[in-house]
Design a protein around this ligand. Structure first.
Ligand code: GLY
Length: 377
């Protein structure tokens, strides 16, 4: 296997060089998605994407010790304080926002202020727990469909749970972990279908806790299989197993991973929805591939047999290698993204075949994990 992963070192160093170059232009901004190769900024400081750029810089800095990346990451994290202080617009995506930034800075540099930020963010997330429905409420307003936000939960939430597991350990406060597990159990029951495909949005009655509706959300419809949602499930359940060692989360991670892998074609990068009607113009979504691949590297450490560990490692490597070779912008200095071919929101016609900062982040995270793995093989 080690021989099959030799491309990883080249991909890592090409990516480091690319980001050295693009960071001079992106610098102290919150890139979201590209238009004609130029990253547009998040129009909201509290937008769910703001942690990905500093998070990506931390991963590269950790391995390359390149101080300008660290400086930008710290500056971005400081700027995000306004969102925590404002409070009212904060939503469930505080995990994406402060896990990749503040927890990372605390781990690398021991900054106590970063630790406090992440604990505040975790407390906020815990406060979104609906006790009757046993789910984490996603948003305060809903601009995706006509669901009532008071009862809405979405599969993306699985990626936010690690900040709760972290807070439980930091404060020796199991309540954070219990909330995360109660939510994960609800997702297991209501979002994962018997075939391993995943629903995007479930609307509960916020008083009784009963399921009211399933919504297609960013997928094709309520019965389809939005590929980024599938990737959130694979990666999110793998992390819930990593933190709890509860077998049912490992089984969910493997079941959703098997669906994901079995629906890839020779390109190894998924279409935007595994079940949407398809013709020669149907876009793929490199961000779904990147997020799933990084989760699959993690799963290849956790799976119970050598055969399964190899299966997930091979799938992760195939996806990341295809992203690097077929979707990387390395020769194109006019493109600020690392990967093209991302799809943000197909039903709304937004962000089709662009670079997405979370696609770039999970691609770097996947390479980082593969690199760590190579060092131990
Ligand atoms: N979390 C929103 C998305 O995946 O587009």
């Amino acid at each position: 296997m080690k021989d099959n992963l030799q491309w990883v070192e080249q991909a890592w160093s090409d990516t480091f060089e690319k980001v050295k170059f693009t960071s001079e232009n992106i610098s102290a901004r919150f890139p979201t998605m590209t238009s004609d190769g130029i990253y547009t900024d998040s129009d909201r400081l509290w937008g769910w994407v703001v942690g990905f750029w500093p998070g990506l810089l931390w991963l590269l800095h950790e391995k390359e010790d390149y101080a300008p990346f660290k400086d930008i990451a710290i500056q971005r994290e400081d700027t995000m304080d306004a969102a925590l202080d404002e409070y009212v617009n904060i939503h469930h995506d505080v995990g994406f926002m402060w896990q990749l930034t503040s927890i990372k800075q605390y781990e690398l540099l021991g900054n106590e202020q970063s630790r406090t930020r992440a604990l505040r963010a975790a407390s906020h997330l815990a406060s979104r727990f609906n006790i009757n429905g046993r789910f984490l409420t996603a948003w305060n307003k809903n601009d995706v469909n006509d669901a009532d936000p008071k009862g809405l939960s979405i599969i993306d939430s699985m990626m936010n749970l690690p900040i709760l597991y972290w807070a439980a350990e930091q404060l020796d406060a199991p309540r954070f972990k219990l909330i995360a597990m109660a939510h994960a159990d609800t997702v297991l029951k209501e979002f994962i279908r018997p075939d391993g495909s995943v629903k995007h949005m479930v609307e509960f009655d916020y008083l009784s806790g009963d399921v009211k509706h399933y919504h297609g959300g960013q997928g094709y419809d309520e019965n389809s299989a939005w590929s980024r949602g599938a990737s959130w499930a694979v990666h999110g359940f793998a992390m819930s197993y990593q933190h709890t060692k509860e077998e049912r989360y490992l089984e969910a991670a493997m079941k959703t991973a098997d669906f994901f892998i079995d629906h890839l074609d020779d390109d190894s990068v998924p279409y935007w929805d595994f079940r949407a009607p398809r013709d020669e113009t149907t876009p793929r979504d490199t961000s779904a591939g990147a997020c799933a691949a990084s989760g699959l590297v993690l799963l290849s450490d956790l799976a119970p047999t050598e055969e399964l560990r190899q299966r997930y490692l091979t799938a992760a490597s195939d996806i990341l290698a295809s992203l690097y070779k077929h979707y990387g912008t390395y020769g194109d200095s006019s493109n600020q993204g690392i990967l093209v071919g991302g799809t943000f929101n197909y039903p709304k016609g937004l962000g089709i075949d662009c670079s997405l900062i979370y696609g770039d982040y999970y691609f770097v995270e996947g390479l980082y994990r593969l690199k760590n793995k190579l060092e131990t093989l």
